[in-house]
Write a protein that binds this ligand. Structure first.
Ligand code: HEC
Ligand code: HEC
Length: 207
């Protein structure tokens, strides 16, 4: 199974305009380093994201538990996921169609807009959260970090919606092809459903 995912990733990468995506990630970095241009991009992103607010909320705090919060997310990760929906490497009927409407700098601007928004933690079951912390510290911390804020294309998972966390982790583990990432397939391979529920409770209540 892992081997098959690896092959799919390689083919996907070759078939895509890799150079174009690298340029967008470079553009993102350039804007992050320029406070005046960054402010203008965040404003442009706010306007471009008006339609996204229907599901992801006005400021990136989504309205239902199966839709991810985008607020406070790492912008390089958001940009990479927009690319993955566009290429079909990540599957969601609605997002795949919608993302094709974005043009020019809009993916970069929207990523910067959501990244700049604040994300409050959500309530969780304290006993499960304590259990989840133990698993997280063993299997996840080396990539997602002590605070679970990730870095670059590694997502922030602190404060994410409970149901969305549970569904996403399960999809990586089960190799459904909906989410494709070899690192995550390996990291989640041994998890039981109870572990996943516990980790989700731990992560959702983190600031
Ligand atoms: C009809 C509801 C809906 C609308 C409108 C919508 N999204 Fe989404 N979005 C979703 C759902 C549901 C998911 C989670 C898909 C999954 O389970 O993998 C998602 C996932 C995402 C993700 C991945 C986040 C992560 O943490 O992995 C990004 C980025 C995203 N959407 C950006 C956008 C942008 C930008 C727009 C506007 C152009 C938008 N979405 C509009 C429903 C929506
Ligand atoms: C070797 C590095 C690595 C390890 C270890 C790791 N992750 Fe990840 N994780 C990633 C990367 C990279 C992504 C983005 C994958 C993609 O593009 O779909 C990710 C994505 C995720 C997502 C999707 C977030 C979103 O917003 O869609 C969740 C949830 C997650 N990881 C949870 C975990 C948990 C729980 C563990 C421990 C059991 C773990 N990760 C271990 C690197 C890692």
């Amino acid at each position: 199974m892992l081997k098959r995912i690896g092959v799919a990733l390689t083919i996907g990468t070759l078939a895509l305009p890799v150079a174009a995506q690298t340029l967008l990630q470079e553009r993102l970095k350039g804007l992050q380093a320029d406070p005046v241009a960054l402010k203008a991009s965040v404003e442009a992103g706010r306007k471009a994201a008006f339609f996204c607010a229907n599901c992801h909320g006005e400021n990136g705090i989504s309205k239902t538990s199966d839709v991810p919060n985008l607020a406070g997310q790492n912008p390089a990760f958001l940009l990479e996921q927009i690319r993955k929906f566009g290429s079909g490497e990540r599957k969601d009927a609605f997002m795949q169609g919608l993302i094709k409407v974005l043009k020019d700098d809009q993916p970069v601007q929207i990523s910067l807009f959501y990244a700049a928004a604040a994300l409050p933690p959500s309530p969780a079951d304290a006993r499960l959260a304590a259990q989840g912390k133990q698993v997280f510290d063993k299997l996840c911390v080396r990539c997602h970090g002590e605070q679970a804020h990730g870095n670059g294309e590694i997502p922030r998972i602190a404060g994410q919606k409970l149901a969305y966390l549970q569904t996403s982790i399960t999809r990586y583990r089960d190799g459904t092809g909906i989410r494709n990432n070899q690192l995550m397939s390996i990291a989640t391979a041994q998890l039981k459903n109870d572990d996943i529920l516990a980790i989700a409770n731990y992560l959702t209540q983190l600031p």
